[in-house]
Design a protein around this ligand. Structure first.
Ligand SMILES: [Zn+2]
Length: 412
């Protein structure tokens, strides 16, 4: 059988992933994301396929899945990913309305997504488009998987992490002949996660014990819940605001997708959830506020920081990557912050303490190399990275492919 892989997006860049796996009997689409830029960027148009296999529910992998579902295409993913993808889709429509972007899909496409979900779990064997495949935990966020095609001895990773986090268990390497793997952290390493976690917890304790408040801007999916698990037993009054609340409710329905479900629920029970905007004044009287958006480009975080910006005893701790051009990047680099969504609005000096902690959900450079060595493939396809050349020396023993969009790669 002749099998090829063609990227529609997310080959030489981080974001908007989409790839077509084509064989003699049919075609599969692997992820179909949206890069939440200003304005959002799409991958190349997707052809008709027998099914879409979705690795996880981050927007850069799932953002345009509703559009594909509206053609009646079956969407294959884990149950929690399906539910999260629907919630993300609602948010995409909301943001495009606020920001005045064209809608990336019709609102009825969310119902189509729901109807066309064909959920499955790691350990099961599936057949679509003439391909046999299975899925394995990818360790990135709850529900995230990599896809494995045993006939072709081919693995497509999606995003992976090789260490346990509060929410997820590390990905396990799997022997294969061809490995298509994300390379987000090419040339960059993470400090040991447990050290970063303790340092963050200690810093939060210092601020609250000396009378300040801590704002933790964070992505609604994954990071918000992870932070709640880190802070819940410190004895502080913790509040969660933004989309993270709905995501928490979804995760509570899927025990199997969480590394320590009991611990997660315990953390949620001791958290105060902001349900209405008028509860924000109560949250302001608490100690720790976990809130969206992670890059400070909008969301309730701007409300809290507008109140706290002159309070030198309080702190803002960043735990996620800040994309250049975002408000969070501006803050990290200059200590200044815009308090409106509008990128042309004036920026203010933030008097609060400011610190960044590396709690990435992606494997670092050496972790990727080590994972590849353990999978022991012949051919390595590096995608989802803007510094893929950084791997050339460490991967010189493999046939290394740095794919470009719209150029087919022969798999089998
Ligand atoms: Zn991701």
């Amino acid at each position: 059988m002749s099998v090829s892989l063609t990227y529609l997006g997310g080959a030489s860049e981080v974001g908007r992933v989409g790839a077509v796996l084509e064989g003699n009997e049919g075609r599969l689409l692997l992820d179909y994301g949206l890069q939440p830029d200003d304005p959002p960027k799409h991958p190349l148009p997707a052809p008709d396929v027998d099914a879409l296999l979705l690795t996880h529910a981050h927007l850069d992998h799932c953002g345009l899945v509703p559009d594909v579902a509206s053609r009646g295409t079956p969407i294959v993913c884990t149950p929690v990913t399906g539910e999260l993808a629907e919630r993300m889709a609602q948010d995409t429509l909301r943001v495009s309305e606020i920001e005045n972007y064209p809608r990336p899909f019709h609102p009825t496409a969310i119902g189509d997504l729901n109807r066309n979900l064909r959920t499955t779990k790691p350990g099961r064997v599936e057949y679509r488009g003439g391909f046999e495949f299975g899925m394995h935990n990818a360790g990135h966020i709850p529900g995230a998987v990599m896809f494995d095609f045993p006939q072709q001895e081919f693995i497509f990773t999606g995003d992976i992490h090789t260490v346990d986090t509060q929410l997820t268990r590390a990905v396990k390497p799997k022997p294969c002949k061809t490995l298509a793997i994300e390379s987000t952290y090419g040339g960059r390493e993470h400090p040991p996660r447990s050290e970063v976690e303790s340092e963050l917890v200690d810093s939060i304790e210092d601020v609250v014990n000396s009378g300040g408040k801590v704002v933790l801007p964070s992505f609604g999916l994954g990071r918000s819940q992870e932070l709640l698990m880190l802070v819940h037993d410190l004895g502080f009054e913790v509040w969660l605001d933004g989309m993270g609340r709905d995501i928490a409710r979804i995760l509570q329905k899927h025990p199997g997708s969480i590394r320590d479900f009991k611990a997660m629920n315990k953390a949620f029970r001791s958290t105060n959830f902001v349900r209405y905007s008028r509860q924000r004044s109560a949250a302001m009287n608490g100690d720790v506020i976990v809130t969206t958006s992670g890059m400070l480009n909008g969301g309730p975080v701007l409300h809290y920081l507008s109140k706290l910006k002159n309070d030198a005893s309080s702190a803002v701790f960043l735990t996620g990557y800040q994309v250049p051009g975002t408000n969070g990047h501006l803050l990290k680099e200059t200590g200044k912050l815009r308090l409106e969504r509008d990128p042309n609005s004036p920026s203010f000096d933030l008097q609060c303490k400011l610190k960044s902690f590396d709690l990435s959900g992606h494997a670092g450079h050496s972790q990727i190399v080590d994972f590849i060595d353990k999978c022991n493939p012949e051919k390595v396809i590096l995608y989802h990275g803007d510094n893929r050349e950084a791997f050339e020396e460490d991967l010189k023993d493999y046939e290394l492919i740095l794919p470009q969009e719209n150029v087919p790669i022969q798999i089998d």
